[in-house]
Design a protein around this ligand. Structure first.
Ligand SMILES: CC(C)(COP(=O)(O)OP(=O)(O)OC[C@H]1O[C@@H](n2cnc3c(N)ncnc32)[C@H](O)[C@@H]1OP(=O)(O)O)[C@@H](O)C(=O)NCCC(=O)NCCS
Length: 236
């Protein structure tokens, strides 16, 4: 698959999502010497020991989150953090935040449309991903990954699984690992079908399915996952 040229756009993030969403994208290279300001309620979240790079990416992610919320009509809101690390959105909103070494992306939607939304952006050059293949892949996925010589497929799979986690964890706060979802790639749709092999709460029995959109750019790999408000299909 040839990567899309150019920077990540809102349309890349919106692709494949069935209902309205808000999207925020911020580039580290655009922020200058100081990170974007936090909302007063966010100031104590990281604690004094966070290194400067983490503080910058955290602030960039929160700024992207506020950009995304603005698209849904929410102004000047703080985005808290739950005990599991998940972002806490205003009432009636679901969403997720991700940052690579260079980009922060946030995706939000209304609870009337989505039970969960996930987003993940990865830097495809991260070489540690290659070493982690056996930790990330189930056997069938490993065969798909190794059918191509470079590590792009592994980055796609890794990103898609992190996206699924971010969409599902906030629903019932059930933790699940890379082995708990099996993904199949559908190139015509630019999406994985994910079969989740662990129940993550009522209405989400073992075998439920999700669509995970995945887009490969030059310098970024983006995934989005959604849990529609109407419920999910499942196979035993
Ligand atoms: C939590 C996790 C998904 C974060 O992904 P990452 O690639 O390390 O980092 P990203 O930059 O993409 O995302 C970080 C953001 O994820 C969000 N996040 C952290 N924990 C979260 C959780 N439990 N649920 C939802 N979102 C979470 C936060 O917004 C965080 O940014 P912030 O701390 O600045 O607010 C990852 O560290 C992890 O624990 N993965 C293992 C679980 C997993 O992926 N299972 C696969 C199931 S198929």
């Amino acid at each position: 698959m040839a990567p899309i040229a150019g920077r990540l756009t809102r349309n890349d993030v919106r692709r494949g999502l069935p209902s309205r969403v808000g999207v925020g994208i911020r580039y580290l290279s655009e922020i200058g010497p100081t990170p974007p300001p936090l909302h007063p309620s966010e100031e104590g979240i990281l604690g004094p020991r966070a290194v400067a790079g983490r503080q910058a990416l955290f602030a960039l992610g929160r700024a992207a989150g506020r950009d995304a919320l603005r698209e849904l009509g929410f102004e000047h809101v703080g985005i808290g953090r739950g005990e599991g690390g998940q972002p806490l959105w205003p009432s009636g909103v679901v969403g997720a935040i991700s940052h690579s070494s260079e980009i922060a992306v946030a995706l939000v939607g209304l609870r009337n449309d989505y039970v969960g939304l996930g987003v993940d952006v990865e830097d495809p050059a991260r070489d540690q991903i290659a070493r982690a293949a056996r930790l990330v892949c189930r056997p069938a996925e490993m065969a798909w990954v190794h059918a191509e010589a470079d590590t792009r497929r592994l980055t796609m799979l890794f990103s898609a699984k992190e996206t699924i986690f971010k969409a599902l964890y906030p629903i019932e706060r059930v933790w699940f690992g890379f082995e708990d979802a099996e993904l199949t790639w559908f190139p015509q749709r630019g999406a994985f079908k994910a079969r989740v092999l662990k129940s993550v709460g009522d209405g989400y029995p073992v075998g439920f399915e999700l669509d995970v959109n995945c887009t490969v750019g030059s310098g970024w790999v983006l995934s989005t996952a959604f849990v529609p408000a109407g419920g999910v299909p499942w196979r035993t």
